[in-house]
Design a binder for this molecule. Structure first.
Ligand code: FMN
Length: 336
């Protein structure tokens, strides 16, 4: 099986990689809800040795069934590391396991990852980005896309001109840019305006990423950047119907049934999603305790986008059963 490469003139929406969040059940759930054309796996770290098959199958079980989620959405496997040969070997193994695309992480801001020569630290050396991308592009078959995910820079937004050029010269088929520097972490502002400049000069599609948390944000981002390709991370967790709304706006099908649906989620709308998540986690789940923890994490991430005044008792629940009880006892709407 192969996937369509991103093309200028053909819009697309991608689900962002979020380590510890967009794992197998979350990818299954969010792609089942609709709107996404692709999703990117959480990063797979390439450290001392190239990544063996069993690790890919454990982290991305969908590779055993055609490299797509149950709803048929292709998964692009993301690799993170600093050793071009080991990354290239790992990329080849991922493809042999069934990966439909390879993405290279040059954006992770985590200090531990950066200290070990991975993620955003590579932004300091465009020549190393070139080396890694070209090593991967050389070994991966031509029908498998290779992309890179960058931040704007380590310190300065202007660094993106050199790093994006290095990735393009290395042979990426498209570039995703989180419109912040590494030193910003997740702090404002998001610099969509720079993406507009990169888009004008890049010969490959540019996927705009960062702070699209509502349909209004999406429209603004599209207007400012001129991009046709977008990646959605935290917004997809805070408002799981947002992807459908954006897909509609991009002309990718679906309907915008209810404008105010794309707004803050009420408690009653969360419950079926949580239950479906538990169902999808099923046999993959480490334990019901772990699944409960994941639901709390999800609520916390959503709670950073808007206030969820009923979340506290859920966060205090020590099991899934306790959580469901809280939902049953407190059927109250979120104040809009
Ligand atoms: C919890 C969390 C985990 C993340 N893990 C990854 C990752 O594994 N790989 C990656 O390239 N980016 C990762 N990111 C960054 C996101 O993919 C995305 O670039 C960032 O959140 C900005 O987009 P958003 O505003 O739509 O969330 C992560 C972000 C969060 C919040």
């Amino acid at each position: 099986m192969k996937i369509e490469f991103l093309k200028n003139g053909v819009p697309a929406l991608l689900l962002a990689p979020m380590e510890g969040v967009t794992d197998f059940p979350m990818r299954a759930l969010l792609t089942e809800l609709g709107g996404f054309q692709y999703c990117v796996s959480e990063f797979v770290r390439v450290t001392q040795e190239p990544v063996p098959e069993k690790v890919f199958y454990r982290l991305i079980p969908e590779l055993r069934s055609g490299g797509r989620t149950a709803s048929g959405i292709p998964i692009i496997v993301q690799l993170l590391g600093g050793d071009s040969q080991k990354i290239a070997e790992s990329a080849l193994t991922a493809v042999k396991c069934g990966a439909l695309g390879i993405d290279l992480n040059f954006g992770c801001p985590a200090p531990t990852v950066n200290r070990h020569d991975g993620g955003a630290v590579l932004l300091k050396s465009p020549s190393r980005i070139f080396e890694i991308v070209s090593a991967v592009r050389r070994v991966v078959p031509a029908n498998i896309p290779v992309s890179a995910k960058l931040r704007l820079g380590w310190e300065r937004v202007e660094e993106i001109y050199q790093t994006s050029d290095a990735a393009i010269q290395g042979g990426v088929n498209w570039l995703t840019v989180h419109a912040r520097t590494r030193s910003q972490g997740y702090a404002p502002p998001v610099h969509w305006n720079i993406l507009k400049e990169i888009k004008k000069i890049a010969p490959v599609p540019i996927v705009a990423n960062g702070d699209i948390k509502s349909l209004q944000d999406f429209k603004k981002c599209r207007e400012v950047t001129g991009c046709e390709h977008f990646m959605l991370g935290r917004g997809a967790l805070a408002e799981p119907a947002l992807a459908q709304g954006i897909a509609f706006e991009l002309g990718l099908g679906g309907t915008l049934k209810d404008q105010h649906f794309y707004y803050r989620m009420s408690q009653e709308r969360w419950l079926p999603l949580f239950k479906r998540f538990v169902e999808l986690a099923g046999p993959q789940a480490q334990s019901p305790f772990y699944t409960a923890k994941r639901i709390k994490q999800w609520l916390s991430l959503a709670g950073r986008c808007y206030s969820i005044d009923w979340a506290e008792p859920i966060k205090r629940a020590s099991s899934l059963e306790e959580m469901w009880e809280v939902f049953c006892c407190e059927k109250k709407e979120v104040a809009l």
